[in-house]
Design a protein around this ligand. Sequence first.
Ligand code: SF4
Ligand code: SF4
Length: 184
Amino acid sequence: MSNGGCTERFGFGCRGKGRDTGTVGNATDPELRPGFWEFIPLEDLNAAEWEALCDGCGKCCLLKLQDEVTDAVHYSSVFCRLFDPHLCRCGDYKHRQQRVKECVVLTPQTIAESADWMPRSCAYRLRHEGKPLPAWHHLVSGDSESIHRQGMSLRGKSIRSEARVPDSRLEEHLLDDPLAGTLR
Ligand code: SF4
Ligand code: SF4
């Protein structure tokens, strides 16, 4: 960090990578109301809709540093030890809180306090800010691969596991884009 005040790992931000079934964007799911992502407030989504809103980018599973002076959050290219870079999702979504105590589970009740440090492109952050989902989001495109083709997920990116990066060297892996909106 430019002012040298950033010293600690910030709590992992995450709510998971798409739905457990991997059927992101399945428009035939009877639990998903048509166009729910456009007009229904986050707090009124049902559980299936909340899950389906995740674009599966994986960016929230990158480690972050928080500037102790400004509180600004800065993303690194180092991913959580439980993240599966090949599947681009949590390696144990069901037990993530037991296995990674810092993992923050995002809910309609906590989005307001978490939105500021979520990736700029995160669907939950966008909807919280009253913005539309991008064209590459699976709910818009109907294709769970469109996010990867557009390069908006961690798939194919130059990233590394926290198991291979000591705490003392995390600062060397900070991204140029602090909130990982356009990670390349
Ligand atoms: S950043 Fe947001 S949309 Fe992307 S995987 Fe995390 S919770 Fe899902
Ligand atoms: S525990 Fe899973 S969901 Fe939480 S940050 Fe790690 S990989 Fe992501």
